[in-house]
Design a protein. Structure first.
Length: 171
């Protein structure tokens, strides 16, 4: 009897693992038909296999993301206003690991091999989503506290004589 109990427990465990709920598959090229709730993130959903940011376009979350970006010293590597430093610029269109919300979240949470540390065990998931929302807001009218181009780096716009055109590489 002592020998049979562990064997039966193992069989039930293996059978239970095989019965997990699996996401509905989606045919290639078609759109997913339903969204499923994701973990403890309020409003987080999965569309197909892509996690959507529950804080996307939330102005309060964008401000919080900006505050958290500075609080966790992300600018220590990515530079002021994320313009680049030891780490890459987050303000440009070149993204090595993808620029979708779920890909940015993954980069922050899991880290990347060329120097980005994994923050998933140190930063709560909802805060990572808020930082992601802030990063996605960069270069948009919704960006909290966007960088201001210094007046000495602006030249008059010939169309209306206002200082809105950046100075070329020379003074």
């Amino acid at each position: 009897m002592r020998l049979i109990s562990p064997i039966l427990a193992s069989v039930f465990l293996i059978a239970g693992l095989g019965c997990r709920n699996r996401p509905n598959s989606v045919a290639v090229g078609s759109a997913p038909t339903e969204a499923t709730s994701v973990g403890p993130v309020p409003g987080g959903v999965v569309v197909g296999y892509q996690r959507l940011n529950p804080y996307r376009n939330d102005p309060v979350a964008l401000q919080d993301g900006y505050r958290l970006f500075n609080w966790y010293n992300c600018s220590g590597c990515h530079g002021g206003h994320a313009g680049g430093g030891m780490g890459p610029s987050l303000r440009d269109n070149v993204w090595l690991y993808g620029n979708r919300d779920d890909q940015i979240f993954s980069s922050i949470a899991q880290g990347r091999s060329n120097g980005m540390p994994a923050w998933g065990s140190r930063i709560p998931e909802d805060q990572i989503w808020q930082i992601t929302a802030y990063i996605k807001s960069m270069r948009t009218p919704q960006e909290p506290d966007p960088p201001v181009e210094p007046a000495n780096e602006q030249v008059p716009n010939p169309a209306d004589n206002t200082a809105t055109v950046s100075k070329p590489g020379t003074q």
